[in-house]
Ligand binder design. Structure first.
Ligand code: TA6
Length: 281
């Protein structure tokens, strides 16, 4: 049975390309890939500026996860804790389905679910839903529901790649305290102040506040998180990005990942729901 689409939503299936849900309303344009439940683009009408970075070499044929936009990482973050399975879980590598789309007075809300939940980390009994609200700001809300009668553990991230004009002239504000530096085997470090970018950066800021913002000379992107235990900041820089087949040359100069994440694992009690949220504008 096909899902009834709200007025501002269309489905597009370009040849050799992932299926897209396109949202065009008064406040913004957005496109969402049904492969991965993956937000690819968000352009608010008031300034017509793309907020999300997408690699020019991204695989968009649904064979591998998409480099850019907002990959959904679930039910684990980073490497699988025990087995040799793909990093960041499997839902970014599989087909999702549209559950509903609704136009409200100030936004369009699109709800999606992965077509299947595997059992790669003891997550049977968990249900996952992503709600994307497209308005003057963009909100992603990833809800994990434990339908079983036992506690379940999971990790997750909304792994957002933001489009910036120049990484050399970018400052990240609002983060402080200690962080784990993946480039130095997760050594505990103090968050840089000012937070500038001059080399590969891969840091897990554990227990940060809810708000941080990316400042460039021309504009700022505010990122709000809820239901997270970490904010992850990533830029692979030149050498690391050159190793990634789907990362275009020099692409690192115009991107910064600021991810709302559960990196420490979250135990969800029986019959409870947890929602990880990221909002940006
Ligand atoms: O979130 C940061 C990170 O885990 C980095 O360590 C880096 O490898 C990145 O994600 C991208 O991972 P991917 O599996 O998409 O290549």
């Amino acid at each position: 049975m096909s899902t009834q689409l709200s007025k501002s939503v269309t489905l597009e299936t370009p040849a050799n390309h992932v299926e897209l849900i396109c949202v065009n309303n008064l406040w913004a344009h957005a496109s969402i890939s049904l492969f991965g439940g993956h937000l690819l683009s968000y352009v608010p009408s008031y300034d017509q500026r793309e907020r999300l970075w997408l690699s020019r070499d991204a695989w968009l044929d649904g064979t591998r996860s998409i480099r850019g936009g907002v990959p959904v990482c679930w039910p684990w973050f980073g490497d699988h804790p025990a087995r040799n399975l793909p990093a960041h879980g499997y839902v970014r590598n599989q087909q999702w389905r549209l559950v509903s789309s609704v136009d409200t007075d100030d936004a369009t809300i699109v709800r999606l679910r992965p077509c299947a939940i595997q059992n790669a980390m003891n997550e049977d009994g968990l249900e996952l839903e992503l709600s994307i609200t497209v308005g003057r700001q963009l909100t992603l809300a990833l809800s994990t529901r434990n339908t079983s009668d036992r506690p379940r553990n999971f990790g997750a991230a909304l792994h957002s790649y933001f489009e910036i004009s120049d990484i050399h002239n970018t400052c990240l504000k609002g983060l402080s305290g200690q962080c784990l530096d993946k480039t130095e085997d997760f050594a505990r470090k103090v968050t840089p102040n000012p937070y500038l970018f001059e080399a590969e950066t891969d840091r897990i800021h554990v227990h940060p506040g809810n708000r941080c913002w990316i400042e460039t000379p021309d504009y700022a992107i505010e990122v709000n998180s809820r239901g997270h235990d970490s904010v992850v900041v990533w830029n692979p820089w030149r050498a690391k990005s050159a190793e990634l087949e789907d990362f275009h040359d020099e692409g690192f100069q115009s991107m910064l990942c600021v991810e709302s994440a559960i990196t420490q694992g979250f135990t969800l009690a029986a019959q409870q729901t947890h929602t990880l949220t990221q909002t940006f504008a």
